[in-house]
Ligand binder design. Structure first.
Ligand code: ZN
Length: 392
């Protein structure tokens, strides 16, 4: 079959190819039907483009289910998925958390190839945290025989606010962020993306966890701090300053206690584990009546704040993570009741509230997702296609 080798048609075809590659890089393996929906391309156009990308080995095709799963599904043609060629590159995710360093490595086809964690003391200096993370990278690549020569980028989650444009604008100079970025750039020679680790957990939940397959996810993490993130169309929404989704700092009481953010009466001051444990030691113990009452009260407050956020964003899914989510219905029932009471009917009819699905490696996975959604796809396939196009 001939390819359009010049002019607008060639350009259009390249644009479509980029769209297919970009969707697969962001979303991971998809069936052809899902890919058609995500790219808005007609079945005929998509089919021709996928065929070209498969023959150039930019993509590979695999059965969606294992043989055992197919046996359960019974008759019918086995469904296959197309994905980026796993040999196309790797992404490295890191979470430099408060008490834990996590490193996770995946290929561009969304297959996780190595993952590990080490504990660290709460006030460990940033240079030391980085060293622990780099030692862990060495250990994992050696143990799993992974070569980082085809590394596309590094995504790093850190504690605390990460302003957008902190580097370029020169408005906010953060030594912590600069140290992380410069050290990792020097070590790996690839783009390094840094964001707050709760926001990265939000991105990971949207790509691989409880928000997988939906277009808009609002994430709230209820731990010693209260943070969140908003993921729209598979991408982390930053906002003008990088603080979008900071649900913990919405004020619920104008006369309340002052907060580290400069505000007063922030949600975090009422429902963080730090605050709740000061009132009841065993706050996560469902057999403790006082704990149950406090958790229910927190659930109502959280539901009220989420209602305002949901009326603003109208997300498909609200994902709740962090230790407090482990109290289950004691938290979720009053939370959902408040959410129903204070949202527009159009909003609460379409929203689903659910517990986070990923484990403690969520933020490191989010670092990988940040690389895959931010860095441009490799140019090697484009070059291969160009060479093919000029052949007679
Ligand atoms: Zn605050």
């Amino acid at each position: 079959m001939g390819r359009e080798t010049s002019g607008p048609l060639r350009l259009l075809r390249e644009t479509h190819e980029e769209r297919v590659l970009s969707v697969l890089r962001t979303r991971g393996p998809l069936t052809r039907a899902q890919l058609a929906e995500q790219t808005n391309l007609s079945r005929a156009t998509l089919s021709s483009i996928v065929q070209t990308l498969l023959s150039n080995q930019a993509l590979v095709e695999r059965p969606e289910h294992t043989l055992a799963e197919q046996a359960v599904r019974g008759r019918g043609r086995p469904v296959s998925v197309v994905m980026l060629n796993p040999a196309g590159g790797l992404a490295l995710g890191m979470d430099l958390g408060q008490r834990r360093i996590q490193v996770t490595i995946s290929n561009v086809a969304h297959e996780f190839v190595a993952s590990g964690a080490v504990a660290c003391a709460e006030r460990t200096p940033w240079a030391r945290r980085l060293q622990l993370a780099l030692d862990l990278v060495d250990d994992l690549t050696t143990r799993h025989d992974v070569s980082l020569t085809a590394l596309a980028g590094v995504g790093v989650g850190i504690v605390g606010p990460v302003p957008v444009g902190a580097d370029s604008a020169g408005l906010v100079r953060s030594d912590r962020i600069a140290l992380v970025r410069d050290t990792l750039r020097a070590r790996f020679g690839v783009p390094v993306y840094v964001d707050n680790n709760t926001r990265l957990a939000a991105l990971a939940e949207a790509v691989w966890g409880a928000g997988s397959g939906v277009d808009s996810t609002l994430y709230l993490r209820l731990s010693y701090g209260v943070g969140g993130g908003l993921v729209l169309g598979g991408r982390l929404f930053a906002g003008a300053g990088g603080a979008a989704g900071e649900l913990g700092h919405i004020s619920v009481n104008r006369d309340g206690p002052s907060c580290s953010c400069g505000g007063r009466g922030c949600l975090e001051r009422y429902v963080s584990l730090t605050t709740l444990q000061a009132q009841c030691n065993d706050i996560l113990d469902a057999r403790d009546e006082k704990a149950r009452d406090l958790v229910a009260e927190a659930g109502t407050r959280i539901g009220e704040v989420l209602a305002a956020a949901c009326n603003t964003v109208n997300p498909e899914v609200v994902v709740i993570g962090g230790e407090l989510a482990e109290t289950g219905d004691h938290l979720f029932k009053p939370l959902q009741a408040a959410l129903r009471r204070y949202t527009h009917s159009q909003v609460h009819r379409t929203v689903r509230v659910t517990r986070a699905a990923l484990g403690p490696d969520a933020a490191a996975r989010g670092g990988i997702a940040l690389v895959l959604t931010t860095s441009p796809p490799g140019t090697e396939w484009r070059t291969a296609l160009d060479q093919e196009a000029v052949r007679p």
